[in-house]
Design a protein around this ligand. Structure first.
Ligand code: NAP
Ligand code: MG
Length: 489
């Protein structure tokens, strides 16, 4: 990175509890690699069960007897808005840190900081607008419902968008008054640590935000199994999602799971390709394809298939992967394991004879040892092939032709996932019919993933998980309901 790169300030400071840093109880640290060159540039504390326990205790005290628990909704909202402003004020510093930690191009990292700030602003504004209801009941009764915080919420987030994921998960939890304990991903967690420090700086009371970095199987498992958390929110792989839900079941608490997808674009022949193609290509290239809602399947009406292939291929062949400061179309993937995973899909596709329609390139001059992969399109992908059914989490687009509307819907719904979908057509009625039949938590028509979507409820159907984040809906997820029944004369 360039000379402006900040020292990894938060990195070596350890575990964040009660607005202060402490070393891990284990005394161990975990190296942090820069995906751009594969070199270690920082270290984080390796939190384990005792650290998680200390964090949960701090959160419990904050909510039960601390200053945090006594704040009004308006006061909590004001703090959240202040944190959003602090993130915006530190956006360039945070973007540099995020880009170094995740490898993403600077323009993407900058956009991520705008979104991270927006989460806190949005939930700050929403904090004192979560109303209950009154319910007509028997004569002589007054009945009202009130949304109540859970108490202590646990949050396990992935490495793909650390700052955004942090805002997305704790923003609503804090807005309703919970105290939070976060286990960020070992592979990229420097921006959440820095944002926690900013939160202390704008006046968040002790114990509202506690972060225990470390390994998933240590810190993550300890958090999800902790007996004194009241709710857990998880974003990550379907496999770990099962472990989280099992741990939650043992403690009889609720959880939200956001487990990725294999999201389709359903494109009919009457689509305005000049508008659609750049959006579609971007949805699978953004963040090197490591986006849960990546539009990784392009389903095209058979009559238009060849033209769409030509247009998409032309764009894909120009894509270049490079370092964050080269600021090209995409960066490296997160780590050696993820590179191996993506290239494993490439190797198996070759064995099965799935045709490569086009590929981009890796820019000259990228450091050796970086985790770069070449963006690729495959097509026509056989319907049962793993490239048509499995999440790759890399810059890989699978193209499949369909015959008619019914076939398009069957194909769109033909995976285990159901996170997001795009329907492209100039025929509004047809687009609406298809959009209604697609099983996905969000369906776009003639657009996809627009504007960061902070305001828009988001989450999975089927194996993409359950529960909704983003938008006002997340306030319901992170709170419980109390019904008050009052008898009077
Ligand atoms: P992952 O293991 O599910 O990681 C997600 C989070 O869970 C991380 O914070 C991780 O910690 C933590 N974790 C791991 N094992 C845990 C356990 N036993 N108990 C509690 N927490 C645990 O995902 P990954 O290995 O990073 O990526 C694998 C695949 O998951 C990707 O290729 C992609 O397909 C999918 N994925 C999806 C999303 C999404 O946005 N839906 C995000 C990331 C990955 P550590 O990383 O520190 O171990
Ligand atoms: Mg890293």
């Amino acid at each position: 990175m360039n000379a402006q790169t900040p020292a990894p300030v938060a990195a070596a400071k350890g575990i964040f509890i009660n607005n202060a840093w402490r070393p891990a109880a284990s005394g161990r640290t975990v190296p942090v690699y820069a995906p751009a060159d594969g070199k270690v540039f920082a270290e984080i504390a390796a939190g384990t069960a005792p650290d998680v326990d200390a964090a949960v205790k701090a959160a419990r005290a904050a909510v039960e007897e601390g200053a945090w628990g006594r704040l009004s909704a308006t006061e909590r909202g004001r703090l959240l808005v202040k944190l959003g402003i602090a993130i915006a004020d530190h956006a360039e510093e945070l973007a540099l840190l995020e880009a170094r930690d995740t490898g993403k191009p600077m323009k993407q990292a900058r956009a991520d900081m705008v979104a991270a700030a927006r989460y806190f602003e949005f939930y700050g504004g929403a904090a004192d607008k979560l109303h209950g209801e009154t319910i007509p009941f028997l004569n002589g009764y007054f009945v009202a419902t009130e949304r109540e915080r859970f108490g202590v919420t646990g949050h396990i987030i992935p490495w793909n968008y650390p700052a955004q994921m942090f805002g997305r998960t704790i923003g609503p939890a804090l807005a309703v008054g919970n105290a939070t304990v976060i286990k960020p991903a070992e592979d990229a967690c420097l921006t959440p640590l820095r944002i926690a420090e900013l939160a202390a700086g704008v006046g968040f009371p002790e114990g509202a935000i506690n972060i225990v970095p470390g390994l998933g199987e240590e810190a993550g498992a300890a958090l999800s199994a902790h007996r004194d958390i009241d709710f857990i929110a998880f974003t990550g792989s379907p496999e770990v999602g099962v472990l989280i839900q099992t741990a939650a079941a043992r403690n009889h608490i609720g959880c939200t799971l956001e487990l990725g997808g294999k999201s389709p674009h359903v494109l009919f022949g009457d689509t305005d390709l000049d508008v659609a193609i750049p959006v579609i290509v971007n949805t699978v290239v953004q963040n090197a394809g490591q986006t849960c809602s990546a539009g990784s399947r392009l389903l095209v009406e058979r009559g238009a298939y060849e033209e769409v292939v030509a247009r998409v291929a032309e764009r894909f062949s120009k894509l270049r992967a490079g370092t964050p400061e080269m600021d090209l179309d995409l960066g490296p993937v997160i780590n050696a394991k993820q590179k191996e995973r993506v290239e494993g899909f490439f190797a198996r596709a070759q064995e099965k004879g799935v045709p490569v329609l086009a590929q981009g390139s890796i820019a000259e001059g990228v450091p050796e040892g970086g985790f770069y992969v070449t963006p690729r399109i495959y097509g026509p992908v056989p319907r049962a092939n793993e490239l048509a059914t499995q999440e790759v989490f890399g810059p890989v687009l699978s193209m499949l032709p369909f015959d008619d509307e019914a076939d398009a819907v069957a194909l769109a719904n033909g995976t285990d996932f159901g996170l997001m979908a795009g329907v492209w057509s100039r025929d509004g009625s047809r687009a609406m019919r298809v959009a209604r039949k697609v099983k996905a938590g969000q369906v776009y028509v003639n657009a996809y993933g627009a504007g960061g979507g902070i305001e828009l409820p988001f989450g999975g159907m089927k194996k993409s998980g359950h529960g909704r984040e983003k938008g006002f809906e997340a306030l319901y997820e992170f709170s419980t309901l109390k019904t008050m029944i009052i008898k009077h004369d």
